[in-house]
Design a protein around this ligand. Sequence first.
Ligand code: UD1
Ligand code: CA
Length: 463
Amino acid sequence: MKTACVILAAGLGKRMRSGLVKVLHPVCGEPMLTYPVELALRRGFDPVVVVVGHQAEAVRAFLEARFGKRVCSVVQDPPRGTGHAVAQAAPLLRRHRGKLAILYGDVPLLSRRELDALARAGRKSAVAFLTARLDDPSGYGRVIRGAGGDVIRIVEHADATPEQRRIREINTGVYLLDARFTFAALERLRRGNAQGEYYLTDLIEAARRSGRRVQGVEVREVEGSLGVNDRVELSRVDQLMNARLVRRLQESGVTVIDPANTYLGPRVRVGRDSVLLPGCVLRGEVRIGRGCRIGPGAVIRDAVIQDGAEIRAYSVLEECRVGRKALVGPFSRLRPAAVLEAESHVGNFVEVKKSRIGRGSKANHLSYLGDATIGAGVNVGAGTITCNYDGVHKYPTVIEDGVFIGSDTQLVAPVRVGKGAVIGAGTTVTTDVPAGSLAISRVHQRHVRGYGKRRRRRHRSAS
Ligand code: UD1
Ligand code: CA
């Protein structure tokens, strides 16, 4: 029988002091809600229901864009506590027989390992939940156990006596519940507590009253249950997540020179024997092949980089593709829909947008290539500019195989340079160039004899 999952994400996140709802704040470049949802899907939970409330529209839009129909959401408005939040999923899950997992949208480090431990221990319980022993348990619900070690109940910090506040075992907020029991018990929750909320934790006493089993499962590593409540915790969780992502790459055969100074996202894949030099920021859907060398300081988002390619220092790449053994940078900028074919070179201060650069072609210095299709074996001289924009429309430039473009050339689009043509340095190309011919447009050079001497004399007499 499948386990259903409810992820609580309706809270405001007051302590973030932000205009953005907490669960959309990024951790390693992705909204933190991504992580529990991914975990639930990977674990095979079905259905996965997210309870949204604060900025519900923004959270729903994100879920829809990222997960489509694999995740559904329900609105809790206004938020009246964790028990009330889970109850909002009742219309979707009331008929569910079997287990119900509860996760939080602001606990991104939780992993499969903890869920597996919970599933093993909670098989025969109506309520099983993960606990942790903290040096500083303040703020959390404390786990009250009886003489035999059985969990009697959870007492929220706000409701706890000074003596109970000394208990270091806390409720992490991750549960595996019997679904049928849960929805029946939620209907009977009362909010006679310090915060006037419906507490999900009250399910424990409800279970005990009806003679059902309750299990508190202590995790050894507390990292997985760290929640994000403020920006200090946000940076801490971000660093821990990043360290995990770096480690995963290292274990798969990637050299990462400086883990603390390499910033990865969870959708970054890197092939073995590739090297990440310090200061790289890799975000979004990035696929890097084998034997690549990246950085230092490369910023890459949503890109495919094939085997043996090299992205040198301080290059910025987004939504682009770099072919095998291609060479990019230092200081290159590849913008959306830039495609570099195998063994091509794009060098310093070259910007490429929505252009294809053919096999073995080179644009090594100071160029702008936009809306261009460049064939194989082309040499693009320093300072070449495709003038693709007239202020209203964008126009294409086509440069066929084997063309040689001299330095400081402007190609006024739309324009085509035929196969094997040569463009003289300093030319402004305004009409198509036939294959194999030389195009040159230069003002004829004159010499004014004796000018230098006259100029110096003029300056001297002026001062
Ligand atoms: C809750 C637990 C507490 C536990 C702690 C762990 C209860 C009553 N208490 O504390 O025992 O130690 O988590 O972090 O359950 N949320 C909603 N709707 C609401 C209230 C909360 O969706 O009405 C969401 C929040 O967005 C958050 C999560 O539930 O993701 C936990 O809420 P939070 O207020 O942080 O937890 P506490 O109630 O303080
Ligand atoms: Ca919290």
